[in-house]
Design a protein around this ligand. Structure first.
Ligand code: SF4
Length: 520
């Protein structure tokens, strides 16, 4: 049997014999609970025993969770994979269980990745003997073609992380191609948002150390003569343009967006006057900017109040004279106010997501007139979310960090909104109840939020959804009871409740289980 090091698109990079004959049979401690639905503690303990204590401790500090704070989210590794796949001249290689890699490549291509996902598979033998590390090493040597790549990113998923596969021992560069090895296990990185930071932070660290040791290539895009503001967090493409226009009267320009789309943009991002932490959860990236001596400002220019406060903060961080800050505000705020007034939102809203921009969206909706009662975010509370959190709480909004699906659904039940914006299961539950609902990721975070373009951009989609309430009621009435309770599932005949079967099963379950005789 052979295994392929590349499964998603394009040519096969390498075919190698599978030493274990194909069937995965990882060591007992891994096999016990190797998955995202269980065995978190087993994997964590295994990782510690395998020498990953320092990495896990860093993640615990960067991405804090309380004892009951693990939000339901997609596989965290998707965040770093997405960042890698969006970069030009960057190869992304996964090391993990085939089922995880299948899910990650599927999701990547569902979200429009146009690049190949590399894969170095393993079995229990290659994992236990250390051959997996040798296979990864061989794969990066084969891939490291400087005419094609600036960097190769290797990502350890849950099982290789728990087994301590030492990516740190990979060469730092091969023929000028940088090799970045990161661990993004579901038991150490809580959300896919934070996994973006794991990779962005690792790349910034590498680029910062390069810049400290000598000259580095200039950015492909022409660089502004003015001091720049690096934007930390993925934003809609029109937002940096809006932000650039806002900063102009203050003698500043918008710099690169981190995560960047190309390696050399990392140098430009580090070489800034101020960093705007638009998304507040980029802890590892913030550490690198702070080591580079850059001041960091939280929140973002959304709505009238948000924009005014953000311009003040940027001005203060860079020492911009007051007259220039005031000029920027006079230039901008009346136009934002007018745009908001032109497209009001009326109705009660609950909102949740895992992108990191939830609090900003809520601010903009409130300034548009919406009655926002609840904002849930899978991301943690950080010093950069404090301003937005305080602004929302002062307006009576229930803000929940590290929100779980249960928190979001409880808010839906408690506030009975006219519209809910949320993740897939929240939207599904809302629609079952006849409440209009919008997907945060696909419909809300794919819109401009900043400045004049952001003001009113949400109103159209939000108002259109709320005006559909009558249709939702009709649909709910029409489907009432279908596929619910005993009728759930696929039936070839008319579904029939069988209370006697349930009683029998309950009685069976109440009896003590027979003793297990051996393991196999
Ligand atoms: S790598 Fe992702 S999909 Fe696989 S077990 Fe870990 S969290 Fe789950």
């Amino acid at each position: 049997m052979t295994v392929m090091t590349q499964i998603a698109q394009g040519e096969i990079l390498k075919e190698t014999p599978s030493p274990g004959g194909g069937a995965l049979n990882a060591p007992a401690i891994i096999a016990e609970g190797a998955g995202c639905h269980g065995g978190r503690e087993t994997l964590r303990e295994a990782a510690k025993a395998a020498g990953m204590t320092e990495t896990l401790a860093r993640y615990a500090k960067d991405y804090p969770v309380g004892p009951h704070d693990q939000p339901q989210s997609m596989c965290p590794a998707f965040g770093s994979l997405r960042v890698g796949l969006r970069m030009r001249r960057t190869a992304s290689v996964l090391s993990g269980s085939a089922c995880c890699v299948y899910g990650l490549t599927f999701t990547s291509h569902f979200y429009g990745a146009k690049r190949t996902v590399g894969y170095v598979p393993f079995n229990s033998e290659t994992l236990v003997t250390g051959k997996l590390f040798e296979d990864i090493r061989e794969a990066v040597f084969k891939l490291a073609d400087p005419t094609k790549y600036d960097a190769i990113v290797v990502m350890n998923l849950c099982v290789p992380t728990a087994s301590g596969v030492p990516l740190r021992l990979l060469p730092k560069a091969i023929d000028g191609v940088r090799i970045i090895g990161i661990d993004v296990p579901g038991f150490g990185v809580p959300t896919h948002a934070e996994a973006k930071d794991v990779l962005a932070g690792a790349m910034l660290k590498f680029a910062r150390e390069e810049a400290e040791h000598g000259p580095v290539p200039a950015s492909r895009a022409p660089r502004s003569e003015k001091p720049t503001v690096t934007l930390l967090g993925e934003v809609f493409p029109a937002d940096p343009v809006q932000i650039g226009a806002m900063l102009e009267p203050m003698g500043l320009a918008a710099g690169p967006v981190v995560p960047t789309r190309e390696w050399r943009e990392l140098y430009g991002a580090l070489d800034c006057a101020v960093v705007a932490a638009i998304h507040p959860f980029y802890s590892a990236s913030v550490r690198e900017f702070e080591l580079a001596g850059r001041p960091i400002v939280g929140s973002a220019p959304v709505g009238v109040e948000g924009t005014a406060a953000w311009l003040e903060s940027i001005g203060e961080a860079f020492g911009v004279p007051r007259a220039r800050v005031d000029a920027a505000k006079v230039n901008l705020l009346p136009a934002i106010k007018a745009a908001l007034a032109q497209t009001p939102i009326q109705g009660r809203v609950t909102l949740s997501g895992y992108e990191g921009s939830e609090l900003l969206v809520a601010r903009l909706m409130i300034e548009s007139g919406a009655d926002v009662r609840y904002v849930g975010t899978a991301c943690p509370r950080t010093r950069f979310s404090e301003v937005d959190c305080a602004w929302l709480e002062a307006r009576g909004v229930n803000v929940k960090f590290r929100a779980s699906l249960q928190h979001d659904l409880a808010a839906l039940a408690e506030y009975e909104p006219d519209l809910t914006i949320g993740t897939t299961p929240v939207v599904q539950k809302a629609k079952e109840r006849g409440i209009p609902a919008l997907y945060f990721t696909n419909l809300i975070s794919a819109r401009p939020l900043m400045g004049v373009a952001g003001a009113g951009s949400l109103a159209k989609v939000v108002n259109a959804a709320m005006s559909n309430k009558g249709r939702f009621d009709e649909m709910r009435d029409f489907f009432e009871g279908v596929g619910e309770g005993f009728a759930a599932g696929v039936w070839e005949e008319q579904p029939r409740d069988r209370p006697e079967f349930k009683a029998k099963r309950r009685a069976k379950m109440a009896k003590p289980a027979p003793e297990e005789m051996g393991a196999c």
